[in-house]
Design a protein around this ligand. Structure first.
Ligand code: F42
Length: 144
């Protein structure tokens, strides 16, 4: 069993702690926005360690869309590389935990449709894309 390495970012680490220790009944939204957050448990691409990444909840039927925005920062978040290497994840949405498989969205038409869903769920994603020259990566998580 791989080790769990918590996020080095304090507010993120605390959100994961509260979300998981409460069984998905507390700490389930992004600060004052009240918008729902999921937790994606992924595997480090170098360490092989367990990583837990909170993300905004973007639903597409039974699937979830994962948005690598990290506030419009110039570089992709590390979890993007983790998912490219190890597509098997566990996804927690409130009290429900599911084993899922992710794939990166490459098709332009699919991307346009999912990007619209993402911005509808969390409008700041549109500003984050404006703020950076990289194309914000999208993944679809599908139930296994
Ligand atoms: N981030 C988003 O990108 N999109 C969102 O929708 C989003 C929502 C959100 C909601 C609540 C919340 O609390 C946080 C939210 N975040 C969102 C932030 C998100 O949870 C991540 O913190 C953020 O995207 C940055 O991801 P990151 O993977 O770059 O995390 C950094 C801070 C991190 O943990 N770095 C580790 C470290 O030790 O520096 C490395 C972690 C890692 O995976 N290491 C790899 C390994 O093998 O273990 C190898 C590292 C390498 O060099 O490749």
């Amino acid at each position: 069993m791989a080790d769990y390495i918590p996020s080095p970012v304090e507010w993120v680490r605390k959100q994961v702690e509260l979300y998981e220790s409460s069984g998905g009944t507390q700490g389930t939204t992004l600060r004052e926005t009240g918008l729902p957050v999921i937790i994606v448990t992924n595997t480090g691409n170098k360490t092989g360690a367990i990583r837990k990444t909170p993300l905004m909840r973007v639903q597409d039927g039974a699937n979830y869309v994962l948005v690598g925005s990290v506030g419009g920062a110039p570089k992709n978040p590390v979890w993007v590389y983790n998912l490219r290497t190890n597509p098997a994840v566990e996804l927690r949405d409130g009290t429900e935990v599911q084993a899922m498989r992710v794939r990166e969205v490459k098709d332009a038409a699919e991307r346009a449709r999912l990007w619209e869903l993402a911005v509808a769920a969390f409008p700041p994603y549109a500003d984050y894309q404006e703020r950076t020259t990289r194309t914000i990566p999208l993944f679809v998580a599908e139930p296994i």
